[in-house]
Design a protein around this ligand. Structure first.
Ligand SMILES: NC(=O)c1ccc[n+]([C@@H]2O[C@H](COP(=O)([O-])OP(=O)(O)OC[C@H]3O[C@@H](n4cnc5c(N)ncnc54)[C@H](OP(=O)(O)O)[C@@H]3O)[C@@H](O)[C@H]2O)c1
Length: 319
């Protein structure tokens, strides 16, 4: 009987995440109980939020020392003890950083027929829906407005900026490093991108957003979508000048979780799939082979090594 390769979080990091916080072990393949499915992982999503879960409870429970590292992904049913599922079905759910997992069938969602399968984790997954709901449903950006987006080369940011262009906005990104910034403009069609590691950011904003900023889709500072700059040992800070600037500039600041808009997921999926098919939206994916590479993959993501949606291919994609 083959073993179940698993990656545990053995210590909750207080500073920056390191490979030593994880440990690989060969566990047993679980037996599914009544109502459960035994799944074999195919694609594991790596997300900035994985690091936030180690800090404490968020929209889900914290990941504690000794736990198999948590993570969502796409998996294939190996054995079904639940009505409505059969061996070979593909589902999305909480698979964790392991090859095999037994889960309650009511906690998984069936994958669609859309291919490539990777796009069900990227543009049609949490990243695409977060970008779509945040920009279209929450901000309501309109043609002619100016959109600023941080972590512009990341999985959410690449899609936010491109949707902004599709909606007729002027789009300015913020990203780390000159090559990334040039790529965001040349490859993704943003109007400009400010390199927060090397440029004078206020001067860049004054230059590229000279008419003001109508929507700031913030992935890094904690003002709207996420706070990746503070997940990995960075100082807990926030936007400065609050509440004075909110009053004077009539700013509305609102956080959201992608699930808040689940009732409109079908609209998001329809538009995202159509823009992808027409070529208006470029899907940027960063697929790493091998579960054992998940720790370095997440550490790298937090350090900006990724472009677009990073994921781990745990096993071969079923035909
Ligand atoms: N609200 C929701 O429902 C929801 C859902 C999904 C994701 N999110 C949030 O969306 C954000 C992006 O997540 P993701 O999974 O798509 O990751 P991602 O953007 O693909 O990767 C994270 C990026 O953040 C940038 N970064 C890292 N440390 C930074 C720092 N100190 N300052 C500025 N930028 C930094 C890096 O790019 P650079 O090279 O440019 O630094 C890195 O590539 C996260 O804040 C996440 O929590 C929210």
């Amino acid at each position: 009987m083959s073993k179940n390769t698993q990656i545990l979080l053995v210590e909750r990091p207080t500073g920056m995440l390191q490979a030593s916080h994880f440990q690989l072990r060969e566990g047993e393949i679980p037996a599914p109980a009544e109502g459960q499915l035994l799944l074999r992982s195919v694609l594991l999503s790596l997300d900035a939020a994985n690091r936030a879960w180690m800090q404490g409870a968020t929209y889900r429970d914290a990941v504690n020392a000794g736990d198999v590292m948590a993570g969502g992904g796409i998996a294939q049913v190996v054995e079904s003890r639940a009505d409505g599922f059969a061996e070979g079905d593909l589902v999305f759910g909480e698979v964790g950083w392991q090859e095999y997992v037994a889960v309650d069938a009511r906690h998984v969602a069936r994958c669609s027929d859309h291919r490539p399968l990777t796009q069900q984790l990227s543009v049609l997954g949490i990243a695409g829906k977060t970008a779509y709901h945040g920009l279209v449903h929450l901000s309501g950006i309109e043609a002619g407005e100016t959109l600023l987006v941080s972590a512009a080369a990341g999985s959410v940011g690449t899609i936010v900026g491109q949707i902004g262009k599709i909606r007729g906005a002027k789009v300015v990104g913020v990203a780390g490093g000159p090559e990334k910034c040039a790529w965001v403009v040349d490859e993704l069609g943003f109007d400009a991108c400010i390199d927060y590691k090397n440029d004078d950011v206020p001067a860049g904003l004054a230059k590229h957003c000279d008419g003001g900023i109508d929507v700031y889709f913030d992935n890094t500072g904690g003002a709207c979508c996420g706070a990746v700059s503070m997940y990995d040992g960075g100082p807990i800070t926030g936007p400065v000048g609050i509440p004075g600037l909110l009053v004077v500039k009539r700013i509305r600041m609102e956080g959201f979780i992608v699930m808040d808009f689940a009732d409109r997921d079908d609209v998001a999926e329809r538009d995202l799939a159509a823009w992808t098919a027409s070529g208006e939206l470029k899907v940027i994916e960063d697929v790493i082979d091998g579960l054992e590479n998940a720790p370095e993959g997440l550490i790298g993501l937090l350090a900006g090594a990724n472009r677009g949606k990073r994921m781990i291919r745990v096993s071969a994609e079923p035909s």
